[in-house]
Design a protein around this ligand. Structure first.
Ligand SMILES: NC(=O)c1ccc[n+]([C@@H]2O[C@H](COP(=O)([O-])OP(=O)(O)OC[C@H]3O[C@@H](n4cnc5c(N)ncnc54)[C@H](OP(=O)(O)O)[C@@H]3O)[C@@H](O)[C@H]2O)c1
Length: 334
């Protein structure tokens, strides 16, 4: 099959730009025994992919120069050399940034298009939502009445984490990068307060106003100045869910944090985690989140970019906060 691919062309230092990608045309490879050919429908645009562009070792293998980028995706089986995945079935798993990916059948999981729109398997029923689900339940352990602050609150992880905290009966405060995002978390998701960190004069003063009783749980998605401002306002025995620090991903030298002493003085638990360590719990997550979605207890928003050739722009835009909701690329309609 004719295949448009997005290759990783050059390793960025600092901000990612178009010169780090190359779009090429090629032919897909026919599947061998145990493999399938997937017609890619949706690809996920995720912040952790910036880490995979570095030469340094991390918790996921880096992208190889000259090869297609790859990440979470959903597609349809169009050729199969595996009894497990018949032609016409829909799957999710790690797929290339291309129209067609040849993959080992055992690396893919069947998904049910009747349960949710297929793109949701990359967001509200996928890895980012499971990140919110795991982090809130296992690390945040928020109780009714507590104040929970969520950063990048309108994004893939943040929108789910905030609604989970609301379901628990917490006061939920979100920080976002635009007034449109602010209206979404307040009016549609029911957050109690919100802060557009790009327009406030003082982040500290804005947090003081939004969190008059201090902060009990912080869902950390951005790091840097936000983390510092939160650390200065945490209550004794606060929990910080160290999920991501996107404000640092494109810096050649990460910013320093000044208020770390607060962790000792306030006996704060700050725990990092990587959701893929917990993928064995995916069925449990699917069952619980699936119910919440069906009952309308959890809502979500997606930011869909059309066309594989626009994937680099979607990725660069997401790192700059241009996405409003879970960033996905639609390559083809189911
Ligand atoms: N630990 C894990 O296993 C795991 C799994 C998934 C994701 N994560 C992390 O979770 C975080 C959110 O990921 P996501 O997939 O939900 O992405 P997302 O929130 O949908 O998109 C990224 C958002 O980050 C915000 N942002 C970008 N630069 C920023 C800056 N300098 N300061 C503050 N905010 C900034 C932007 O929103 P605004 O316009 O609001 O600034 C942007 O829309 C990321 O840090 C990611 O690495 C961790």
């Amino acid at each position: 099959m004719r295949n448009t691919q997005v290759l990783f062309k050059a390793r960025p230092e600092g901000w990612v730009n178009d010169s780090h990608f190359e779009i090429v045309e090629s032919e897909s490879r026919a599947p061998r025994e145990g493999e399938v050919l997937v017609r890619n429908l949706y690809l996920s645009v995720d912040p952790y992919m910036r880490g995979r562009m570095r030469a340094t070792k991390s918790y996921t293998p880096g992208f190889e120069l000259g090869k297609p980028l790859h990440g979470g995706g959903v597609g349809e089986i169009v050729e199969s050399q595996s009894a497990k995945l018949p032609v016409g079935s829909y799957v999710s798993g790690m797929l290339g940034w291309e129209n067609y990916t040849t993959a080992a059948a055992e690396s893919l999981s069947l998904v049910d298009p009747a349960l949710a729109p297929l793109s949701a398997y990359l967001g509200a029923l996928g890895m980012p939502s499971m990140t919110a689900w795991y982090g809130m339940q296992e690390i945040g352990r928020a109780k009714a009445g507590e104040t929970v602050v969520i950063s990048a609150a309108s994004g893939a992880v943040g929108q789910i984490a905030g609604q989970m905290a609301k379901m628990t009966g917490c006061r939920v405060v979100g920080t976002v990068g635009s007034d449109e995002k602010l209206r979404y978390i307040l009016d549609e998701l029911g957050f109690d307060a919100g802060i557009n960190y790009k327009t406030v004069d003082s982040l500290g003063a804005a947090l003081d106003e939004a969190c008059p009783e201090g902060i009990d749980v912080y869902f950390e998605n951005v790091g840097g100045a936000m983390l510092d401002a939160v650390l200065a306002r945490v209550n004794p025995f606060a929990r910080i869910i160290a999920c991501g620090m996107i404000s640092q991903y494109n810096l050649e030298r990460p910013e320093g944090i000044h208020n770390l002493m607060s962790i000792i003085a306030n006996r704060v638990l700050m725990q990092g985690f990587i959701v893929s360590d917990h993928f064995a719990r995916m069925p449990e997550f699917h069952a619980e989140m699936g119910d919440w979605l069906k009952q309308g207890k959890i809502k979500y928003r997606e930011d869909v970019t059309q066309g594989i050739e626009n994937a680099p722009a979607a990725f660069i835009g997401m790192l700059k906060g241009k996405n409003f909701g879970k960033a996905v690329i639609e390559i083809a309609k189911p």
